[in-house]
Ligand binder design. Structure first.
Ligand SMILES: Cc1cc2nc3c(=O)[nH]c(=O)nc-3n(C[C@H](O)[C@H](O)[C@H](O)COP(=O)(O)O)c2cc1C
Length: 215
């Protein structure tokens, strides 16, 4: 049987899409915004998709999944989800989490560690209200991360809720936003000969220490 990874394993292309200057903004948020805008300009697919990793403190098992960054508010990375989901339960017990952006066209990744907490209900309400009706119904219908015996059960729940809610749909209590408050950022830029740039911003009280790491 042919190994489906053969071609990729033998792909030794160099990273030569970009480089960094030696000037770095004082805060990582400025650099993040700069890179994010470049990702958009570069037509990266899903520039606001981030891999969110949480860790179950009972088993020490980390788990990762993609969520969308919806806002950067008061220096917090905001995403929306079901508070009773696996990630929600893990965050309840262990608020430390990590998010990762990967923009392959620019050969860049940004890695951010921080503490996560729920955003105020008015922020969640405002975002929920802005969503299309079908997404609002979906939030009610999906008991996210619970076992589902058959897909048809989910579809029936959706259809019943559609009949039940004749006017505005309120936000489910267990659905809303989380904000990740970062204490460390690492900006990674692919460079030739595997001599990549890694620029770290580490929070020190009210300022950020900036340093490089070996690739
Ligand atoms: C591109 C993409 C974007 C996603 N965005 C979200 C999101 O913003 N919120 C969310 O709850 N799930 C989102 N998901 C689904 C999650 O990856 C995940 O399946 C779900 O949240 C359940 O995760 P959990 O069981 O680990 O809690 C997205 C998936 C993909 C592939």
């Amino acid at each position: 049987m042919s190994n489906f990874l053969d071609e990729l394993r033998n792909d030794h292309r160099d990273f030569d899409s970009g480089k960094l200057t030696d000037f770095f903004p004082q805060t990582p948020f400025e650099l993040f915004e700069l890179w994010f805008n470049e990702a958009i300009k570069n037509h990266e697919k899903e520039p606001n998709a981030m891999v969110l990793s949480t860790c179950d403190i009972k088993t020490y098992q980390p788990s990762s999944r993609v969520v969308y960054l919806k806002e950067l508010l008061d220096s917090q990375f905001i995403f929306y989800t079901n508070y009773s989901s696996q990630k929600g339960k893990e965050i309840d017990l262990n608020p430390r989490a990590s998010v990762l952006f990967f923009w392959p066209g620019l050969q860049r990744q940004v890695r951010i560690d921080g503490n996560v907490k729920k955003v105020g209900s008015e922020i969640s309400d405002a975002y929920f209200t802005s969503r299309p009706r079908a997404s609002q119904l979906g939030a009610w219908a999906s008991h996210q991360s619970d076992k589902l015996e058959q897909r048809v059960i989910l579809e029936q729940r959706f259809a019943e809720l559609e009949k039940q809610f004749t006017h505005d749909i309120p936000r489910p209590e267990n659905w809303g936003g989380y904000g990740l408050q970062p204490f460390i950022f690492e900006f990674w830029q692919g460079r030739p000969s595997r001599l990549h740039d890694r620029i770290v911003y580490e929070k020190q009280n009210s300022s950020w220490e900036i340093y490089r790491k070996n690739p």
